[in-house]
Design a protein around this ligand. Structure first.
Ligand SMILES: Cc1ncc(COP(=O)(O)O)c(C=O)c1O
Length: 365
């Protein structure tokens, strides 16, 4: 926490706005719009809820196909299944580890050929805060007239050529889950330039209550709004977002400086024009060049010192629950999962913490 969060929370208590409506929700939405230079925002209970509502508004229905990055967290694609739609997974390119534009084009043409119709939507992810090749992806999506949901759950604060991630697609999604670069304990947001869509998302998120003095419902609704108390935390967090990005990037720079010269250890570079929030510092360990040391050797050595690290996300096309869905794969995310590790990346790591971590890793070499 940055310090001001508790003042906003106290204000919610003092004014008795303990509710999923209230001035902090509006304030937090305005902060997010201003920060990202986007017109409209709905604060919601989670990033998953935001993706779910975006798909409903885009008309995704049972049996429709939705193209989705495979190398991601399950929160990206669970709501495709909530709707009875079919996820079609697209593998990554090597540079940013995100959706491969060539495979995206190939998959669209394949689905049109096989199904006689286009996929209903594309969900593109900016994993670990690294921008995807979003301009290429958007131009393919525009060519085929398929709407794009940009999952920037991990990428608040990142940008592509100065434009904030989450603002390229038809919809953008952020998450404020406890592990994210800023948090409201749990929460999310849906953003768009289209006012009617965001208005519709608020309506659906409030149990789809029709405008009437009594309770009347003409559509199925959801209870997906953020609490005014949590939005107060969010308003405080927005004040320290840029500082958090700086801290995360400093963690990354420290790891690269300390470990980047070890043969077989590589860190993902930031391609030209891209600015990554470095939400998590990730490292690739090539056992052919490290003399047999694997990412698991490193993970276990850290664990023995009570330091948590974690393999990269296991691709969705490898997940037991999703493995039977169509997938366009090229081996890139399989390899990343095999060789990649997320190092401790908290904004509150001290110099002593960081040195302890790199010393454990260095001792293996
Ligand atoms: C890439 C990605 N998409 C979606 C989500 C879902 O967000 P939430 O946890 O707020 O539902 C997360 C994180 O939790 C995520 O990392």
């Amino acid at each position: 926490m940055g310090g001001d969060e508790i003042k906003f929370v106290q204000e919610a208590f003092d004014t008795n706005w303990i509710s999923p409506v209230g001035p902090h929700i509006t304030g937090f939405e305005e902060d997010l719009c201003r920060y990202n230079s986007i017109a409209h925002c709905a604060a919601l209970s989670s990033g998953t809820a935001a993706i779910h509502l975006a798909m409903i508004i885009l008309g995704v229905e049972r049996g429709d196909e939705v193209l989705c990055t495979s190398f991601t967290f399950s929160g990206t694609c669970n709501s495709i299944a909530y709707l009875g739609a079919i996820p079609v997974f697209i593998d990554s390119e090597e540079e940013t580890w995100n959706m491969d534009p060539d495979l995206l084009r190939k998959s669209i043409e394949d689905r049109i050929r096989k199904n006689g119709k286009k996929p209903k939507a594309i969900i593109v992810v900016h994993l670990y805060g690294m921008p995807s090749k979003i301009q290429e992806i958007m131009s393919i999506a525009r060519e085929y007239e398929i709407p794009v949901i940009e999952d920037a759950a991990e990428a608040l604060g990142s940008d592509y050529q100065g434009k904030k991630l989450g603002t390229f697609g038809d919809f953008g999604v952020y998450s404020f889950n406890g592990n994210k670069i800023i948090t409201t304990s749990g929460g999310g947001a849906l953003v768009a330039e289209n006012a009617a869509w965001i208005q519709k998302s608020r309506f659906l998120a409030t149990q789809a209550r029709d405008p009437a003095p009594h309770y009347q419902h003409s559509e199925i609704g959801y209870n997906y709004r953020l609490s005014n108390v949590c939005a107060g935390i969010g308003r405080g967090q927005m004040k320290v977002l840029d500082e958090r990005v700086k801290q995360r990037r400093a963690n990354f720079d420290f790891y690269v400086k300390q470990l980047g010269n070890i043969p077989g250890i590589t860190f993902p570079a930031e391609p030209k024009g891209m600015y990554a929030n470095r939400w998590l510092t990730t490292v690739i360990v090539d056992p052919k060049k490290t003399g047999g040391i694997t990412r698991e050797t490193i993970r276990l050595a850290l664990e023995a010192e009570n330091i948590e690290s974690r393999p990269l996300w296991k691709p969705m096309h490898q997940q037991p629950v999703f493995k039977d869905y169509p997938a366009f794969v090229n081996g890139v995310s399989d390899k990343l999962f095999e060789d990649g590790l997320c190092l401790p990346s908290g904004s509150n790591l001290t110099q002593v913490d960081l040195e302890r971590i790199v010393n454990v890793i260095k001792s293996l070499f």
